[in-house]
Design a protein around this ligand. Structure first.
Ligand code: HMG
Ligand code: MG
Length: 286
């Protein structure tokens, strides 16, 4: 099995969307530019969602307008519906490499809270987005939230996670990132959940997206590595947090994941010194 691991940096999106203040465009661009020099190949830079729901991402079009093209770097943005696609299309510079991410929940409670609709309706909303992305050659990623627990519905059944991953991959064979949104997962539960998901999707089509709310993101990543997952989402400086757990840490920190991978002998191609500088910059923004 390959010893290479891919890091999908989500700090400028998942991290900054949770900050109380809206970070100015110039600061976001400076952070993303620094991340783009680190060897990261995938950087999530914003969202085309309702500015009333997530004001922190309302300047994503301006961020995109100022981002340089960097060889080997794909920028990702969240697009929940066709309205978001129109926003993305208007903001996209033709020469820059973008991927869009569609996102759903494995639990009905979080689906209602995050997307204002049922899981079935959210799948219907994203289907035309996927179609137009495929037709225009824009890369695709899927997210499934609440793969261990939901803040409203309690624990999520492993078969429900597998069903929802299957729904996404029936629409298109996209890579699916499995979100431990609350950070309640334990290595044992993560493994059981993954065993169910691996029945509908191969390990190389999955990513682990662990929030570090309870300090278990790194052991959970190790559990996913053991089952063959080789892509992990992380946020520089551990940016972010959880609106349902005030004061809790955010996404697992990119620098901590790099450290773990180095200890375990996995190659990431990412320069830890630049990530350390970017983490300092990210922390100063908060
Ligand atoms: P809605 O209110 O149900 O939608 O929002 P609607 O279709 O009824 O439209 C209502 C208003 O929103 C209208 O404007 C639309 O034009 C506007 P109005 O006429 O009232 O002025 N609207 C939009 N505006 C901009 N961009 C759009 C858009 N769509 C509608 N794309 C919607 C539905 C999904 C937009 C809303 O619920 C929303 O924005 N939710 C926020 C979702 C979000 O960004 N959540 C955080 C990211 S997901 C996440 O963090 C989890 C993840 O990290 C994995 C994990 O950790 O679990 C990925
Ligand atoms: Mg997240």
């Amino acid at each position: 099995m390959t010893r290479a691991v891919r890091i999908h940096e989500v700090g400028p999106r998942d991290g900054l969307q949770n900050e109380a203040r809206v970070i100015p465009v110039a600061q976001k661009v400076a952070l993303i530019e620094m991340l783009g020099r680190s060897g990261l190949t995938d950087i999530e830079v914003g969202s085309f969602v309702s500015p009333r729901w997530v004001p922190q991402m309302a300047n994503s079009d301006q961020v995109m307008a100022r981002l340089p093209q960097v060889a080997g770097v794909t920028y990702a943005v969240l697009v929940p519906n066709m309205r978001g696609w129109e926003g993305f299309k208007a903001a996209r510079k033709d020469m820059v490499n973008y991927e869009i991410a569609v996102f759903i929940s494995a639990s009905e409670g979080f689906s209602q809270s995050n997307l204002n609709c049922s899981i079935a309706q959210s799948v219907a909303n994203l289907a035309p987005v996927v179609e137009v992305a495929l037709n225009t050659g824009v890369g695709l990623r899927g997210y499934v939230s609440c793969v261990t627990d939901c803040p409203f519905d309690g624990s999520t059944s492993h078969s429900q996670v597998a069903d929802v991953v299957g729904l996404l991959r029936e629409i298109a064979p996209m890579r699916v990132s499995l979100g431990d949104t609350l950070g309640n997962g334990t290595p044992e539960r993560v493994m059981q959940m993954l065993e169910a998901v691996l029945k509908v999707a191969p390990a190389d089509s999955l990513a682990g997206h662990f929030h570090d709310t309870n300090g278990r993101a790194l052991p959970n990543i190790e559990a996913a590595l053991d089952l063959g997952v080789r892509t992990f989402d992380s946020a520089v400086g551990g940016l972010g947090g959880c609106p349902y757990a005030p004061g809790a840490p955010g996404n697992v920190a990119t620098e901590a994941v790099l450290d773990l991978m180095a200890r375990l002998g996995f190659e990431t191609g990412v320069d830890p010194a630049i990530i350390a500088q970017a983490a300092k910059m990210a922390k100063e923004m908060r």
